[in-house]
Write a protein that binds this ligand. Sequence first.
Ligand SMILES: C[S@@+](CC[C@H](N)C(=O)[O-])C[C@H]1O[C@@H](n2cnc3c(N)ncnc32)[C@H](O)[C@@H]1O
Ligand SMILES: [Zn+2]
Length: 344
Amino acid sequence: MTKRLIEEWLPIAELGEESMRERRSMTALPPIYYLHVWWARRPLVASRAEVLVSLLPADADRKTFMHMLGIHGDPVAAKKAMEKVKRTGIRIDNPYGYDRAFQYCPSEKEEFWLLEEMGKLGIEHPTVLDPTAGGGAIPFEALRLGCTTYANDINPVAVLVQKATYEWPAKFGRAVLDEYQRLVPVFRKRLEERLSTYFPQHQAPDQLDCTYLWARTIHCPYCAGKVPLAPNWKLAPDGTGVKVVPHLGDGPGDASRQCSFEIVGSARLQSEGTVKDGDATCPFPDCGRVIDGDQVKVQAQAGDMGEQLFSVVYKRRLPTEYTKNREAQEREVGARLPRTSPRR
Ligand SMILES: C[S@@+](CC[C@H](N)C(=O)[O-])C[C@H]1O[C@@H](n2cnc3c(N)ncnc32)[C@H](O)[C@@H]1O
Ligand SMILES: [Zn+2]
């Protein structure tokens, strides 16, 4: 079999930086991310690179490869320039000098180049199969490269995500968007009818609760305290987070021992995480023992894990004098404590 490009070369530093860049803004991720959450989506630029570098012969032109990826400059130099900005405080406009790579759609000429290169390997048409495609980043990019693409997943939710991400748009074009927009209010109305009792919006329309943050819980095998599990208690990059307040009850052995929570405004005031590398740490100061990961698993497998609501993230409308007419800037995000006492 003829050697492929991936066996000789992979511009890992450039791909690493361009992948970081793709994910840097949580409000401007690639559009397919907003269709449905998937927990293990790979960056699009890395997915495109993976497909292309595996198909192309080892002697394929590397510059054309980079251009087809959408890397139209030197992301490694741009990263260095940004580090300098951080050190010196002297701002520069766009250190990359080109759009984020995933925004670039390979041209027809480039698709033709891929066909020609495949032809050199005796392959008439590039075909890609992703048997465990999850959120579909790899097939999405394979399609954008013009490949015949097959995707699969054991999880029906992933399959539905895949269909909506590329199969229906490829088959029906714009009609999918029209149908989506028609269905969104219908779906929202049905959802609201069924769920509004459980998620009341006490302060609507000025403040809307958006996300309920729950921690799984176990019972400490040494002191019987209910331990909320979280690797850290950070809620936002500005230092907003959670302080865990353990209530000791009658001391170790009292099964009513549990924690309440406070929202704090600086990282210094946040509690230490209660789980690391699978092991938990009991937050009750009169115990404080490490709970081995195997013990955590035993409780989970026995169905003894509980859950505790520790915070609700909301969006609040800013007073008009602070707004700049853009929807994104009209609401600020904050966190509050749950209103009711924690469930046992
Ligand atoms: C890491 S995710 C794939 C992510 C994907 N490459 C992306 O970038 O969006 C792995 C996927 O493999 C699927 N999977 C695991 N075992 C499988 C099996 N036996 N057959 C098919 N799919 C499977 C899982 O449901 C999951 O969606
Ligand atoms: Zn304990």
